[in-house]
Design a protein around this ligand. Structure first.
Ligand code: FMN
Length: 389
């Protein structure tokens, strides 16, 4: 039989019509850094130009199993890719000829009444020791140097005592908690420990009712760190609030319905997150949830503080979340990868994202981040929810 190229044309058309999957764009990191070997010295941290560079460097520097633990999403990682892509489906509507010279003075913000230099924080991520022997200490110290909030994971490599002791004077840390809803005694112990060690708020992870289904990580035996069913109900949340004066923030709100229920239950804040798409493939990222709230119950943003994360890699991503009414934006993996340098990497990551938030906001014509609103987003012009674009 003769090969007929024309027979392949329909297949080629289908293949090129498919939406290309985006992991991270090629901005020549490989050309700059060449091949990074596990034992080789890392390039000077000042050469890192953007948060994705840290992942490139970490992929070479860390052993494959540890790198995979950080990188992994759930199942086919469709939601993980969606977390990254979402921000590119929402375009900006940059206004020009605005006086934006003073944008940097509007970066500082308050989170639960505490002052920070940025509307950005380090999301709680387990096992910082996989990237660096100093573990979470690099994150605590980097956060202090940049005056940003660090939410410390419950599943830390270093003990909570060590982490708390590494705080700079006056530094504010929040403590993330996984609880066993069937063991109130243990939960009370966790709360008392957080109080004793001086954590200023509890971030209660509620998006992990079951084990995360992480195919990539399972191949290395580094799947979900939280492996039991844990049905944390609003009754349990309210019981916890009766046990402590610390604010308790549910982390992992993924629908407008649950955001509204959180308001009705008097939560001081909510954290929109799909856990970096590590729990449930098909779950939305923080931007999509914020958009749903913006469209269906915008008053939520005035009723409590709203935090969001998932796929944030650039200053413009932060700007887009703030435009919907989000008060502070979390970043997970990039900080974990930056920690291959320890404190210096975390500091550099904060420095990069700080500059990007300022220049991206300025280029979008925003004079004051406190006055930002959704008019800077082209929400109606592009089909957002569907894949028709
Ligand atoms: C390696 C890793 C470990 C994580 N561990 C936790 C954790 O212990 N508790 C938690 O609430 N979320 C955890 N998360 C989810 C993060 O808090 C955050 O929601 C997510 O990383 C944000 O997405 P991003 O990595 O794309 O920025 C983890 C995420 C990663 C990547």
């Amino acid at each position: 039989m003769h090969f007929q190229p024309s027979l392949l044309l329909p297949l080629v058309a289908v293949a090129t019509a498919a939406r290309p999957m985006l992991w991270w764009p090629n901005t020549l990191a490989e050309e700059q850094y060449g091949t990074i070997e596990p034992e080789s010295a890392l390039p000077n941290v000042s050469t890192v130009v953007g948060l994705p560079d840290f992942q490139f460097l970490a992929e070479g520097h860390m052993n494959l199993s540890s790198y995979t633990y950080y990188h992994s999403g759930a199942a086919g990682e469709w939601s993980y890719r969606n977390n990254l892509e979402t921000f590119q489906r929402a375009r900006l509507r940059p206004r020009v000829m605005k006086m934006v010279d003073d944008i940097e003075s509007s970066l500082p913000t308050q989170i639960l009444g505490y002052n920070f230099s940025l509307p950005l924080f380090i999301s709680p991520c387990a096992r910082a020791g996989y990237a660096n022997e100093t573990g979470e200490l690099g994150l605590v110290r980097g956060a202090a140097a940049g005056n940003v909030l660090y939410m410390v994971t419950d599943f830390s490599s270093r003990t909570k005592e060590e982490i708390s002791a590494a705080k700079a004077e006056g530094q504010i840390l929040f403590q993330q908690l996984y609880i066993d809803p069937h063991n109130d005694t243990a939960t009370l112990e966790q709360i008392r420990e957080a109080e004793t060690l001086g954590f200023k708020a509890l971030i209660l992870t509620v998006d992990s009712a079951a084990d995360g289904n992480r195919h990539r990580a399972l191949r290395f035996g580094v799947g979900s760190a939280d492996s039991s069913y844990s049905s944390i109900t609003w009754e349990k949340y309210n019981w916890m609030r009766e046990q402590t004066s610390l604010p308790i923030v549910p982390k992992g709100i993924q629908t407008v319905e649950d955001a509204v229920i959180a308001v009705r239950n008097g939560a001081p804040a909510i954290f929109l997150s799909n856990h970096g798409a590590r729990q449930l493939d098909g779950s939305p990222n923080g931007f999509e949830v914020a958009l749903e709230i913006h469209e269906q119950a915008p008053w939520v943003f005035d009723s409590l503080e709203v935090y969001a994360d998932g796929g944030v890699r650039y200053g413009a991503d932060v700007v887009k979340l703030l435009a919907l009414g989000v008060k502070a934006v979390g970043v997970g993996r990039p900080f974990m990868f930056s920690n291959i340098y320890g404190e210096a990497g975390v500091e550099r990551a904060i420095e990069i994202i700080r500059r990007e938030i300022a220049i991206d906001a300025a280029n979008a014509g925003i004079a004051d981040l406190k006055q930002i609103n959704s008019s800077v987003l082209a929400l109606n012009r592009y089909p957002f929810w569907g894949q028709g674009s």
